[in-house]
Design a binder for this molecule. Sequence first.
Ligand SMILES: [Zn+2]
Length: 364
Amino acid sequence: MNEGVSIEEINQLPKIDLHCHLDGSLTRSMITELLGREVALSELQVADDNKNLAEYLEKFDLPLQCLQTRESLFRAAKDFMLSLVQDNIIYVEVRFAPLLSVRNGMSSYQVFEAVLEGMKEGSKLTGIEFGIIVCAMRHHSVEDSLRMAKDLRDFLHCGLCAFDIAGNEAAYPMSEFAGLFSGIRRMGYPFTAHAGECGNARNIVDSIELGARRIGHGIAASHNHDVISLCKSKHIGIEMCPTSNLQTKAVLSMDDYPIREFIDAGLMVTVNTDNRTVSGTNMSKEMKLLVDKCGISIDELVQIKNVAGTNFCDIFAQTNNEILFVTSAIDNLIKGASGAAIENANLMFGLNEDEALPKVAYAP
Ligand SMILES: [Zn+2]
């Protein structure tokens, strides 16, 4: 299809990853260091014949063992940031579940603080900007998740940019979390939700009705006119993660991958990695896959990056010089984009003709 677009060209594009789990993206070398033993790749990365989401999730056991002390959380977060340099990432929204790191008695506040410090240190060394999305887990009680949200409230807009819900979607439908998300909304958190990853479009609708501004995966919206229309009318960002979706059998082959359908329907699609280590991927690989298998052009990749306007970060509202690095990089992407992409970006950023740079974030 577009095989003329080389991986080198794709490598050079500045990139934004809005759906990336810290535990699933710890580097093998860091896990080896933290566990104090050599770790085989097969212990961390899913095999080609991975059967489903449940088997995929087993690969998180070892990384989570590593994320149980202040020191290891700091080192893991810093190392994660360093690992993004070769992928030419300019802004990342990393997500993790603090309540999965409290086995040794740390509070979710202490867990978050350690990750934030590591991310800041990594950002200082790499120049990569970041936001942290905190995940509630579906198998945890709503009370525990609400308590965590309350404990972490001080960090909102100070490194913490949004809330998410992750875990076994089939066993815990979104309708069970109405109380959680009304509480989250009252506390002022913008949020995304893993929904419609493996089959259930109802979860997408419920998430949006509860106030989600973005949907993680959203594959189940495919061929569902009502759900697609809802996502479009509400300007919902769709966080697509192609390799992960193949591995968990959310789609059976790239021939069935709905990104072309979503783009043509006018949805605000982003491309993301989900889990860099577990899935054995990075942004360049994801983009190359879409170019080769879904006929996505370079212009469309740029357009997709403009949809980074669905990010949760309030960096665009800040005037800090350091922040301009990201805004100007995104601005360059916008300038290089096609007319339709510029129009989209203007709409999303609320720009008028006199404004050279995006000034406001996608408001929560
Ligand atoms: Zn995910």
